[in-house]
Design a protein around this ligand. Sequence first.
Ligand SMILES: Cc1cc2nc3c(=O)[nH]c(=O)nc-3n(C[C@H](O)[C@H](O)[C@H](O)COP(=O)(O)OP(=O)(O)OC[C@H]3O[C@@H](n4cnc5c(N)ncnc54)[C@H](O)[C@@H]3O)c2cc1C
Length: 554
Amino acid sequence: MENPKTAMNPEVRSGWDTDVLIIGSGAAGLRAALAASEHANVTLITKTTLTESNTHYAQGGIAVAMNLDDTIALHIKDTCVAGAGLCDVVAVEMMVSEGIPRVAELLDWGANFDWEGTLPRFTQEAAHSRRRIVHKGDATGRETTDVLIQRVRNTERIHVLQNAFAIDLITDAALKESSQELITCYGIIAIVEEQIVSIRAKATILATGGLGRVYPCTSNPQIATGDGFAAAWRAGCEMIDMEFVQFHPTTLFLDGAPNFLISEAVRGEGGTLLNIRGERFMEKYHEKGELAPRDIVSRSIQNEMHLTQFPCVYLDITHKTTDFIQERFPTISATTKHYGLDINVDLIPVRPGAHFMMGGIRTNTDTQTNIDGLYACGEVACTGVHGANRLASNSLLECLVYGARAGRNAANFASTQPAGPPDLPILSNVGASATLSTETAEIDIEEIKSAIRETLWENVSIERTGEGLQNTLAVLQGITESLGDMVTCSETKDVSTFETLNMLNVALMITQSALARTESRGAHYRFDFPTRDDLKWQRRILITRDNPPEIVPL
Ligand SMILES: Cc1cc2nc3c(=O)[nH]c(=O)nc-3n(C[C@H](O)[C@H](O)[C@H](O)COP(=O)(O)OP(=O)(O)OC[C@H]3O[C@@H](n4cnc5c(N)ncnc54)[C@H](O)[C@@H]3O)c2cc1C
């Protein structure tokens, strides 16, 4: 395999750089790399370091039907109820049943999850009918990535490239006469060591994670700017369910502290929510109280904040012993302590923040997209397992199951490819409608980012209205127009500039899809259409770069 690090000039190279190229080092990308490497040479690239991902920060755990009183059928049922009528049941069944061997294998590989006797210690989370969440204290993501990264590092066939930023997919779209013809992906254009390079791959897997950073309040780390969604959309991928953004009810709201998640498991272990008046309020909104589905808890908190005219509510876990808190929530306890809050005795100030994207690149259960040779898995993909609302802790499970499937399928596809890629006008494709030039004009990238975030928070977050969505659409279109020709030029190598355009692209997709869905369902709540309408809307919304949102059957 040629090393992409030393093969920078796409003009003078021929042949492939790798069999399978994977973009992203979260659970999905790492698991895909391990599976693909059983049959192919793999290159895995990641935006910053191997450890930096949403996965790394996952706290609560992995949902898996392994407990003695649990069944696959129950886990499927809970997932589909949370998904509010939009889950793809075949995909859910696959995730839940294949999830058992995937988690067992993670344990075999050394994941040091919490145990009780001969079984993992299963915890409870909202909307689960059984205790089925395996975890490592409140740092399950770190434990999971540590195990996967160690295996990746020990696998010779996997070549890792850190600080490599994927800009766009290389496809043969420009050679096609009709938009109906199947296009094929041949790798990516990326920034590596401040150079724009191409990495040519027989098969490519997008595992770039989520997009929480398009909102100002989010649990997601800085890498989550939606790059994979945007690159796929620009390349012609079908995007689906983009209106369904999950808001986590409890992110820390403390002066000077960064966005930080207070895991659902805190409520699972009996934590209660109080408003500023000290009143417990969740029972007023839902029979399951604090363990109601996330969208309901988020909206209830928002309503209490509105009623009390106070910018947060409080989470109370003080009834638990110090030892229990130390053992079960060491990360939360240490982080809050760092900012002067002792959760053994203090109430935790919290409010909702953007957390997870249910929608994404449309894939089948083999993780194939509508572009040949392009696969997607993890949060950037949408197989339909989450429907309109994700059940807590199902996401890491999805990454393990569909990551492994993506790796296997991409390696199989790679084995069918010819000795070299076609002669493509790669460089002239760079950033087609993708890049901004900071060199030719005075653009304040940070100002654009803030404008996108503010308008999304105001109109496209927990509660939406047609009028608000139209306003945001106008703001986003205004930004796009103000960028004018700059949107098509491509001299910059500034990652932040590319991220900004990606944010603009995903903001548009979310807003357009949210405007199209004139009902309330799961994480999508419309004040002007407050009820769920199964007759008209048990359907999905498909969006592509060249077409307005289209309503498609389940
Ligand atoms: C704070 C927090 C707590 C959570 N807790 C849980 C939980 O307990 N249980 C659960 O099931 N889910 C949880 N989730 C959700 C879950 O962690 C994520 O959905 C899941 O980890 C996503 O994994 P992924 O592999 O798809 O993406 P990620 O883990 O986000 O990885 C994406 C990777 O892609 C890379 N990347 C992105 N863009 C580019 C680019 N342009 N070029 C190159 N590389 C790029 C990133 O650097 C990163 O390495 C939590 C999420 C957060 C933020």
